[in-house]
Ligand binder design. Structure first.
Ligand code: SF4
Length: 354
């Protein structure tokens, strides 16, 4: 039975197409008694063309666009405030409802351009060295709010510039919001109608939600584990909530069980804190802890922020730590700090009022 063409068929309010999954959009198309391929066209407009209005969907007839407009809309995030660092890093501040806000960071490193995105407002976890952790959790982001950070960042780029890698390392613990993160990854990676970002170019970083590692194992993304300690007691001190829930031995066991292709590796991130976890003994313990895991190690010298009791180690201590790990036959990389002057570097997000 055809429905009257003037009445909304789904509900009284206009639905945000971005808030719908691809299946929900297919269902909407079916309800409208349109051919199934219409769903793919709509999705392509949302993600590949980054359309902000239904009226731009030029391969839909005027009548169909009007019909779609009568029941739905594209409710894109408001334009963010952009804060520019001297080193070319750009911090994007997105305003949400009720005065909440999130941050994304665009990090150029020629020829690459990485976007670091948030998954929560604040964070479930309370890593003692992280500014975001001090905010507590305000709420989880929805899938479309995660994806919109990418759509908006791409809108801001110059013609021909494109995001080459995406890291879920902004505000929040991604695996505490795993359903939304999984749905977001689907939209980001889909090549038929989504953004078509290769899964290998996406890294999800967890503070150690051990039982949920397997929830993202099938996505084909890179997994980074924020380790930051060489003993359980040290991790209790630096990451109290996460380590109480999932102590270091449980986390390492989950890492050992994580299914990896022979040519893929886990990444362990290690924030170096002066006098806390940066001694030669820490480096030697790490060599033993990670033995047998296909991995590389990213060292992140602490990025100081006002009020933090932690300090960045000296360059000599950092180099020595790296050298010991390399003697243990690990690939060890030193993360360049970008955007420190705008509190856009790792662990510094959350200082929303700028
Ligand atoms: S380091 Fe990551 S997991 Fe820990 S408090 Fe900060 S945002 Fe949350």
């Amino acid at each position: 039975m055809s429905l009257p063409q003037t009445l909304p068929i789904v509900n009284d309010s206009h639905q945000n197409l971005l808030a719908m999954t691809s299946i929900e959009i297919s269902n909407l198309v079916a309800q409208l008694e349109w051919p199934a391929f219409r769903a793919k066209q709509i999705l392509q407009w949302l993600y590949q063309h980054r359309a902000k209005k239904i009226s731009l969907m030029s391969n839909l007839s005027k009548k169909d666009r009007e019909r779609l407009q009568s029941i739905s809309m594209i409710d894109r995030a408001k334009a963010p405030t952009v804060v520019n660092s001297q080193d070319g890093t750009r911090k994007l501040l997105f305003s949400l409802e009720n005065g909440l806000a999130i941050e994304s960071v665009l990090i150029p490193d020629d020829p690459r351009l990485t976007l670091c995105i948030s998954t929560q407002v604040g964070c479930t976890v309370d890593c003692s060295f992280c500014l975001t952790g001090q905010m507590g959790l305000k709420r989880n982001l929805k899938a479309h709010e995660i994806v919109e950070q990418v759509l908006t960042a791409q809108d801001l780029l110059a013609e021909g510039e494109r995001i080459t890698s995406l890291v879920f390392m902004g505000m929040g613990e991604p695996l505490a919001n795993v359903d939304a993160v999984t749905e977001a990854v689907t939209r980001l990676t889909n090549t038929q109608w989504g953004l078509g970002i290769p899964a290998r170019r996406i890294t999800i970083s967890t503070a150690g939600f051990a039982p949920r590692l397997k929830a993202v194992a099938g996505l084909g993304i890179n997994l980074a584990v924020s380790l930051n300690a060489s003993t359980n007691a040290q991790r209790d001190h630096l990451m109290p909530m996460m380590n109480k829930l999932h102590p270091l031995p449980e986390l390492l066991e989950a890492c050992r069980a994580y299914p990896l292709d022979p040519n893929r590796r886990l990444t362990f991130e290690y924030v170096l804190l002066s006098g806390e976890n940066d001694s030669p003994d820490d480096a030697k313990r790490l060599i033993h802890l990670l033995h047998g895991i296909q991995c590389k190690i990213n060292l992140i010298p602490f990025n100081e922020f006002p009020g933090s009791p932690f300090r960045r180690p000296s360059d000599a201590a950092i180099e020595n730590f790296q050298a010991i790990l390399r003697q243990g036959q690990y690939d060890v990389f030193l993360r360049k700090s970008r955007g420190r002057d705008i509190l856009g570097a790792c662990g510094q997000l959350g200082n929303i009022p700028t």
